[in-house]
Design a protein around this ligand. Structure first.
Ligand SMILES: O=P(O)(O)OC[C@H]1O[C@H](O[C@H]2O[C@H](CO)[C@@H](O)[C@H](O)[C@H]2O)[C@H](O)[C@@H](O)[C@@H]1O
Length: 274
């Protein structure tokens, strides 16, 4: 553990697991980053580790930019158990706008401005010329993501897109969520920080651990730091995003490191019970 506050957070979780909320991002945290967003399957060891923790802590939650249904679909593993098998699982999808619990989804209407984005985005991308070859539009229903990972120079194309995408988002009444080789146009008024704060209040949490890897997770890190309960900010480390590691109490080595941490946490809680 890199920080004293993180050490206090972890010991509080171990001493009083029934008061702990364990919240996690999906892509880059529970699932490895891959070229095709529709093939970002969960680490096969993650569901079993989460199942154990779900029986020990107050609440296990996934807070993700994905629609909850996509997280559930990508949460299938070759030999099971799967993400959907985690008891009492809560998924706050679309950065907290869609709440999934036991298969039921509660969400506001889709933002009207998305139609403008769907109409204008193809021409905007075409205007970039051949350097934009490989750009992929991911339509998530209530948000649209523009991915550059498969371009010859993903960072250059992302930089080229920032201003026109920001202008399009503004005209559509949307906000831009930047991430790993992606710019997402989505509805305003929610982020992972607000989603996590509301979850901590709802659960009367006495401690919290949040694990993430991308820029959108910084808001949740801030929520942990500002909460009046002990907390641990864990970064699923990568060479692509350094901002999160700079603000983390603990850095682990990508999704396999996250799964190892979850397993160790579950075993430690069990051994204290005996
Ligand atoms: O909040 P998250 O669960 O981290 O979701 C954020 C975005 O993740 C996905 O994109 C990222 O993962 C892809 C698959 O590994 C990768 O190809 C892409 O480059 C990454 O940005 C997802 O496709 C987005 O919709 C999410 O918003």
């Amino acid at each position: 553990m890199r920080t004293d506050v993180g050490a206090i957070g972890l010991s509080t979780i171990l001493d009083d697991p029934g008061g702990a909320v364990i919240a996690l991002d999906f892509d880059g945290t529970l699932a490895p980053i891959v070229a095709d967003p529709s093939a970002a399957w969960i680490d096969p060891g993650a569901p079993a580790a989460l199942i154990r923790l779900a029986g020990q802590v107050n609440r296990v939650a996934i807070i993700t930019g994905r629609p909850p249904s996509t997280a559930i679909a990508l949460g299938d593993t070759p030999a099971g158990p799967d993400l959907i098998d985690v008891p009492n699982l809560l998924i706050l999808g679309h950065y907290g706008l869609e709440r999934w619990e036991g298969g039921e989804v509660v969400a506001p209407p889709h933002p009207a401005g998305l139609e403008l984005v769907r109409n204008e985005l193809p021409a905007l991308l075409a205007s970039l010329g051949p350097e934009a070859d490989g750009v992929k539009i991911e339509d998530k229903g209530r948000a649209v993501a523009v991915h550059t990972r498969n371009c010859a120079d993903p960072d250059a194309v992302l930089d080229e897109l920032r201003e026109p995408v920001a202008q399009l988002a503004e005209r559509a009444g949307l906000v831009v969520e930047p991430g790993r080789k992606v710019l997402e146009l989505r509805g305003p008024g929610m982020d992972k920080g607000r989603a996590l704060r509301e979850l901590l209040t709802e659960t009367s949490a006495r401690s919290v651990m949040f694990i993430g890897d991308d820029l959108g997770d910084l808001a949740a890190f801030a929520a942990v730091a500002e909460a009046d309960i002990p907390g641990v900010r864990v970064c699923s480390g990568s060479a692509e995003v350094t901002e999160l590691a700079e603000n983390a109490d603990l850095v682990v080595d990508g999704p396999p490191g996250v799964v190892a941490l979850l397993e160790t946490l579950g075993k430690s809680i069990t051994s204290r019970d005996q």
